[in-house]
Design a protein around this ligand. Structure first.
Ligand SMILES: Nc1ncnc2c1ncn2[C@@H]1O[C@H](COP(=O)(O)OP(=O)(O)OP(=O)(O)O)[C@@H](O)[C@H]1O
Ligand SMILES: [Mg+2]
Length: 272
C-alpha cells in the first residue's frame, strides 16, 4: 500500500514563491493502476518526484508499506517526462544499469535487458548509443530500463507523450500486459483523457496550481477495454468536463491547457 498523506510543496526562489501542491491525500492499494491528469504546471511531476523520494514535500509524507519515503527506493522505478538515458552508455547498458548496480552478473543482466528491449521493439539497437535513436525510441529504452529492475511500484511521467500514435497504442497494450502479469502498482501521469480511460483503475483529476485533488474517478470498465465503447465515451466526457472547468478557473493561462491531447468535438474515436 502506498499512502500519500497531506502532501504540500511550496518552491521558494529568487523569482518568488510558487505553491505547487496543496494537501494531496491518496491511498493507493497494491496493484492499482492510477492515472493523474491535470493542467500543465499543476504539480504532477512534482508529486511523482516526491513519491519517488527525489524531492521533499514542504509538509506531509509518503509511505510505502508503512515506511516513509525520504530518498529513492529500489522498490520503485521511475520513467521521467524527459529522456534520461546515460549518453555515454550503449542502449543495453542503459537498460541493464540498475541490475549492474544490484550486482547481477553480466550474462544474466544482459539476458534480462534483452528481454525488455525485445518487448519495446528495440532489440536490434542494443549496441547503439542514445544519440543514434529517435526521441520516441529513447523513451522506449527508458521504459525498458524501469521494467528491467522489476520494481513493485512503477512511476511514469507522461511516458508515451513523445512516441507516435501507433507505437503509443502498442506500448499501452504492452504496459497493461506487464501490469496484468506482474501486477505492479502503477502511477501514471498523462495529458490524454483517452489514455487515462484506457489504462486506469482510477483517475486522479488535479486542479490548476496549486494542485489539489479535484476528483478521483473510478474507471469501472472490463479489460480488455474497447476504446470506442459508449461507456468509455461517457467517462471521457466527464473527465473533459472536469478539466474544462479547471482551464477556465486556472490562472487565465489559456496556454496552460494546450498540452491536453483530446479533441472535444470527437464523439466516438480516440485520438490514438
Ligand atoms: N525545482 C523547482 N523550483 C521552483 N519551481 C518549481 C520547481 N519544480 C517545479 N516548480 C514549479 O512547480 C509548478 C509545478 O511544476 P510541475 O513540473 O510539477 O508541473 P506539471 O503538472 O508536471 O506540468 P506539465 O504538465 O507541464 O509537465 C510549476 O509552477 C513549476 O514552475
Ligand atoms: Mg510534468
Amino acid at each position: 500500500m502506498l499512502t500519500i498523506s497531506n502532501i504540500s510543496r511550496v518552491f521558494e526562489s529568487e523569482a518568488g514563491t510558487v505553491e505547487a501542491l496543496r494537501n494531496i491525500n491518496i491511498e493507493v492499494p497494491d496493484k492499482e493502476f492510477l492515472c493523474f491528469i491535470g493542467p500543465s504546471g499543476c504539480g504532477k511531476t512534482t508529486l511523482l518526484r516526491i513519491i519517488a523520494g527525489l524531492d521533499q514535500p514542504t509538509s506531509g509524507e509518503v509511505l510505502l508499506d508503512g515506511r516513509v519515503i525520504r530518498s529513492p527506493d529500489p522498490r520503485q522505478g521511475m520513467v521521467f517526462q524527459e529522456y534520461s538515458l546515460f549518453p555515454w552508455r550503449t542502449i543495453i547498458n542503459n537498460v541493464a544499469f540498475g541490475l549492474e548496480i544490484k550486482g547481477v552478473p553480466k550474462d544474466e543482466r544482459y539476458e534480462i535487458a534483452r528481454k525488455y528491449l525485445r518487448m519495446v521493439g528495440l532489440d536490434e539497437f542494443e549496441r547503439s548509443y542514445p544519440y543514434e535513436l529517435s526521441g520516441g525510441m529513447r523513451q522506449r529504452v527508458a521504459i525498458a530500463r524501469a521494467l528491467a529492475n522489476d520494481p513493485e511500484v512503477l512511476l511514469m511521467d507522461e511516458p508515451f507523450g513523445s512516441v507516435d500514435a501507433q507505437t503509443r497504442n502498442i506500448l499501452q497494450g504492452e504496459l497493461l500486459r506487464i501490469w496484468g502479469e506482474a501486477r505492479k502498482t502503477v502511477l501514471f501521469i498523462t495529458h490524454s483523457i483517452d489514455e487515462a480511460v484506457y489504462l486506469a483503475d482510477r483517475v486522479v483529476v488535479l486542479s490548476a496550481r496549486p494542485g489539489q485533488i479535484r476528483e478521483i474517478i473510478r474507471i469501472d470498465l472490463e479489460r480488455p477495454r474497447v476504446r470506442t465503447s459508449v461507456e468509455a465515451n461517457v467517462l471521457r466526457e466527464r473527465l473533459l468536463g472536469l478539466l474544462g472547468h479547471e482551464r477556465t478557473r486556472g490562472c487565465g493561462e489559456t496556454v496552460c491547457w494546450t498540452g491536453i491531447a483530446v479533441d472535444s468535438n470527437r464523439q466516438t474515436r480516440p485520438d490514438e
